[in-house]
Design a binder for this molecule. Structure first.
Ligand SMILES: Nc1ncnc2c1ncn2[C@@H]1O[C@H](COP(=O)(O)OP(=O)(O)O)[C@@H](O)[C@H]1O
Ligand SMILES: [Mg+2]
Length: 247
């Protein structure tokens, strides 16, 4: 088991400014009688180096919370901020946050290595450097053989590992993974999760994984539970008190 307080050799949980802070953050879809409250005002913090599972059944608000944390969506009430990431705008944040989605996310016309290099190219990294970082990421995940393949020529598990390589190559400080193993069989899911957690370790990045699978959740250090858009952070977790937003 990963030692939670040994990230980068220091107790970053004690000293690190939270990468994400949600303060009474809520997200409602629609309005009037048809309004759906996907996330009720919830407060939480993700410190540097944290390994958090957000566990809950389908429809409990996990993806909505992850999108709010990623800056892909805005709260309809309350606040989501990124003090440990410099509180940048959405474009700036994108450089520090790596996202792994549940379903296929590779661009079909591009090879695996081109898919991995693309976000770096968008960030302005020179073509040569983006290509070599993309190849290095594929090599470190044991995927060098797949570099020239198109997404259609990959299995679901291989494609998901390429998506993890794409995150690794960009060196984010926070990795958000939305049910990354949700469409994979158990053994492939286990491999993808292991690669994802190894990647977060290598980057000293914090990682938050949503899942409805308790077996996946147990691979993370901390479990948060979601039900009906509400978040429960168990008080029995020794780190939970430190992560709570203080009034
Ligand atoms: N774009 C949307 N429009 C309307 N309702 C939505 C939308 N996205 C999510 N919801 C609703 O918000 C709730 C939480 O959804 P979601 O965050 O996707 O949950 P989970 O990821 O845990 O399955 C559900 O009731 C869902 O139907
Ligand atoms: Mg979801």
């Amino acid at each position: 088991m990963h030692a939670p307080d040994s990230v980068a050799g220091t107790d970053v949980r004690e000293t690190g400014t939270p990468l994400v802070r949600c303060e009474n953050a809520a997200r409602t879809y629609g309005s009037g009688v048809g309004a759906v409250v996907a996330v009720h005002g919830l407060s939480c913090e993700v410190p540097p180096g944290a390994r958090i599972a957000v566990v809950g059944p389908s429809g409990s608000g996990k993806s909505t919370l992850l999108h709010l944390m990623a800056g892909l969506d805005r709260p309809t009430a309350g606040r989501v901020s990124h003090p440990g990431l410099g509180d940048e705008d959405a474009v700036g944040l994108a450089r520090h946050i790596g996202i792994v989605f549940q379903g296929p996310s590779l661009l079909p016309p591009l090879t695996a290595v081109e898919n991995v290099a693309l976000p770096m190219r968008i960030d302005g990294v020179a073509e040569d450097e983006a290509g070599s970082r993309a190849r290095a990421a594929l090599v470190s995940l044991g995927l060098e053989e797949l570099a020239g393949r198109l997404p259609d020529e990959l299995s679901a598990g291989q494609a998901q590992r390429v998506a993890v390589a794409r995150v690794l190559a960009r060196r984010p400080r926070l990795v958000l993974a939305d049910e990354p193993t949700g469409q994979l069989d158990r053994e492939t899911g286990r491999q993808v999760l292991s690669v994802l957690l190894g990647t977060a370790d290598e980057l000293s990045a914090a990682v938050l994984v949503t899942t409805h699978d308790p077996r996946v959740a147990r691979e993370l250090d901390v479990q948060w539970y979601m039900a009906d858009g509400r978040l429960i952070q168990p008080a029995t977790d020794p780190g939970a008190g430190r992560r709570e937003v203080r009034p």
